[in-house]
Structures are given as structure tokens and as C-alpha cells.
Design a protein around this ligand. Sequence first.
Ligand code: SAT
Ligand code: MN
Length: 563
Amino acid sequence: MHAAIARLGGCRRGPPALARGLRAGAEAGALPPRVQAFVEEGARLCQPRAVHVCDGSEAEGAALLAQLQDDGLLHPLPKYENCWLARTDPRDVARVESRTVLVTERERDAVPPTAPGATRQLGNWMSPAALEQAVQERFPGCMREPLVSQWPCNPEKTLVAHVPDRREIISFGSGYGGNSLLGKKCFALRIASRLARDEGWLAEHMLILGITDPEGRKKYVAAAFPSACGKTNLAMLTPALPGWRVECVGDDIAWMKFGPDGRLRAINPESGFFGVAPGTSLRTNANAMHTVQRNTIFTNVGQSSDGGVYWEGLELPTTPGVTFTSWLGKPWSPGDPEPCAHPNSRFCAPARQCPIMDPAWEDPQGVPIDAIIFGGRRPQGVPLVFEAFNWRHGVFVGSAMRSEATAAAEHAGKQLLHDPFAMRPFFGYNAGQYLAHWLAMGERAGARLPRLFHVNWFLRDAAGRFVWPGFGHNARVLAWVCRRVDGEPSARPTPVGLVPRPGALDLAGLPGVAYEDLFPVERPFWEHEARQLRRYFDEHFGPDLPPELTAELEALEGRLKKM
Ligand code: SAT
Ligand code: MN
């Protein structure tokens, strides 16, 4: 693992000044020979002034921060403890999906064939020869350049390349988290999903939480939502139901493997949170707010003149006399047409600071998963919650996920994007084979499979208002999920799945929230949805779609006809 990280880190285009003036950490000679050879090769190619081998110590961290401050790249936030603000180049603020590639000999190993005229959505392929050329166009001498007074980037030449056969990542030109924190999406999802397929486990874009009912019975739930759809908020939920407790295992990535007892056990492979700042407040996510009071790096948020941060939805009372600076470094006032923080501005904080980390969050055995929830932002037609009829139907539900585009990548507007398993930008191999792998996991001898669900917190009424209060009230949905896991017969079938029977979802104390508004399963909407899905499968998976999923789509169409 350490070798892998060193390898990943080695090729990143980093500012040369990081090495300057720092005392050497670990001795380069102490590295395993293959890692040493890799570092030497990288140094020959990129020509940095010096090489610093990180030892991960506190002193090294402090020295790095001090140097970044000297260089004008990080600004201290004295209102908090050891917190920092980074402002990036405005062209380098999100994942660059169009420049993110999988490098394999055969295209079909990386992506399913796309129908003529359709734009590729399930990943980009690059040949090994094209990668070699791209590396030669970018890397030679790239670390020789003088440091500029902003996080370095090269938007015209950004490339985030993965070579799954060699478990290798080569990232150039972007300092944004998902492009450059190589242990995160690049390794823990793309490379790891390939490892997981080869070795019989799952690497997923999922939060993991523990939930305990008033009687003290605890369950663990994993949930997949596209980027910037509230995974961090759900992972750190403060339940609005008395007596219930949620604890956080992770907010973004789950590695899951069946244990000897047949249960699916999940670990969070990350040690921190890289969450979306706008919309985070004491009301929406008090635990995140407590987490980011110290040892946190904020990127592209606004700054307040009293040494704090500011963003849309922070909901703090404004202190008289305090002024604001926007993420672009310009004076900003409430009511200005442009936002103070970039919509994809982030906080990066150690997970151990979250007040509700689960006692087992670092247990190498993982936590046993009872339910997996899929979800997305669907303003219309998709009920608040439904349960899949069985594993195969659940895999179909995961494959059929759609959501409104968010600011986490370069997509524009509020278009609905298909996002199977919330993995669309993160598959490390052919997405059709990925779906086949999920189906195969359900056939494993002795597996005690979790139940599969789909949620939609984002339904709106005809006037455009949200029909569900969300946030802490989402615990009401989790409570029903827990009761279903316990075998409670509180569901009724609909063509799309099992929804709570009237009265089965606790709506006490929610005036104005009506059961009927939360569970729209209407034939015209779902027939249209099924048509869109058929077209999507045809255009983007073609012959690589597992036949079981075509059968599930036909079964859905059949159930709709009988409505
Ligand atoms: O890719 S990031 O980790 O920067 C954010 C996300 O898309 O989940
Ligand atoms: Mn994510």
C-alpha cells in the first residue's frame, strides 16, 4: 500500500518549492528498491530541484504548511485552530471527466462500445502508445518551472490517466482533489474497482453509517449517491427521530468483501473528509461544522475579515463590521449576484475529528452491511424510498440511477445524468463487466446479502417546493429500512419496487407532509423512464449489458403495463 501511494505520488506534477528548505523526511535509501527506482525515474523525467521523501510526521506537516504560507499558496484562518484557505486558479475547481482516461491495450477492457452518434459517458479510453506520447508532451522538465503565486495547474494539458494492469496513476496539470489526491477517486475507486473485480470484492462510491434504534439495536448501511448529492450530510446525520443515533464510518468510499460468516463487511479506505462546503451549516450538518474547526484546509470558499470562512448556506448571524472576500479574492457583500464561495468549494479535514465517528470506523475487519441504498437528485416521479424485490432487481435499480448534474465536475446546468451506482466517472474497467460483477456477487455461495433500496430526498411539488424536509428527517426513512431488514411486513409492491405501506413511515410531527405526495408511482412517468433507460442501455452498454438487466427492464415494462 505504501509503495502504491509512493508510486501514485511520484508522478504528480507538484510545485518544486515543496522540496526546497524542508529537512529530508524518510531516507530515500530506506525505500524498497522498486519504489526507489520509480522515484529516480520520475525525478529524471520531471527534473525537480530536490526530492523530499515524506515521513508523514507532524513536524513535516507543520514545515509544509509554513512553506506554503511563505509561498503565498495557503492563508491562515486565525478564527480557528490550524485551519487554512487555498484559492486555486479559477480554471481548476472540479474533476475534469473529459481528461480522465483508462489506459488498456484493448478499448473494450476499459469502456463498453458506444452506439454511433452517442457521446461516451462511461469513461474514456487511451491506448498505451497515446499515453506514452501524452507523457512525453507533458512531463519532461515539468518541475523545473518557477513557482507562481497560485496553486499551479495547466488546464490545457490536464490529464488523469490510469493504467489498471500496472495499478498505476499518472496525473498532470490539476491540483483539484478528485484529480490530484490520488489515493481517493483514482486509487480507491478506479484502480481498486479493478482489483476488486479480479479478487472478488467491491470498491464503491458509498458512504457507510451505523444506525442504532431506541432499543439499542444497531445496523450498518452503505449508500451510493452521485458527487455533491448529500452523502456527507447523510453519513453524519443527526436524527430528527427521538432515541435514534447515527454514527459515521465514512462519507465517500466503501471497500466491501464477504467475510467468513457470509456477511458483507465494509471499510472506509480514507482517513479524512473532502466535503462540499456550500450548504453545510449547523442546521444541515452540525457534525461536519464541528469537524472543520481545526486542522482543516478549505479550498475556494469565501473569507471573512475576522479570520474565518464563509459560503452560501453557512447561515451564521453576520457580525457587525465583518466584511467578506470571495473565492476569487475580491470584496464580496451579501446580495451580490456572484456567490462568495465556488459551488464546488471544499473542506478537507481528518475524519477522527468528527464527533460521531463509529467506534469501529478503523476496524480492519470492517462493519457488517445490512442494507445498501442507491439515490440521486430526482425532482419528479421517483418515490422517497423503495426497496428492490431481490438482489438482481437491486442491481438493475443501481444501474438505472439518474441524477441532476452537480458542480463536482465540469457539467453545466441541471440536466439529468445517468449515473449507474454513482460510479459513472469512477469505473476502473468496462461498466458492463462491472454490472456483471455485481450480479455475480449475489450468486456467491453462503453470501448473506444486504437488502437493496433506492431513495430520493429531492422530490418537488408543482410549485417547485421540496415535498420532503430531508436532513435529520431522513432518519425516518432509515428507520423503515432497519425495520425491513428485521423482516417487518410493512411494504406494499408497486411496479418499481416495494414502498412503505400507509402508516409504516413515521411522519409524526411533520405537518404538511402527505404520504401520497411522497410515493408517486405513475405509469406515464415510469414508462417514459423505462424508454429512456432502454435507450441509454442500448447507446452506452450495447452488447456488454448483462442479459439479466435487459430481463429486469422487460419485467419492469411488463409490470407497468398491468398497472
Ligand atoms: O472527486 S472529488 O473527490 O473531488 C469529489 C467527488 O466527486 O466526490
Ligand atoms: Mn465522491
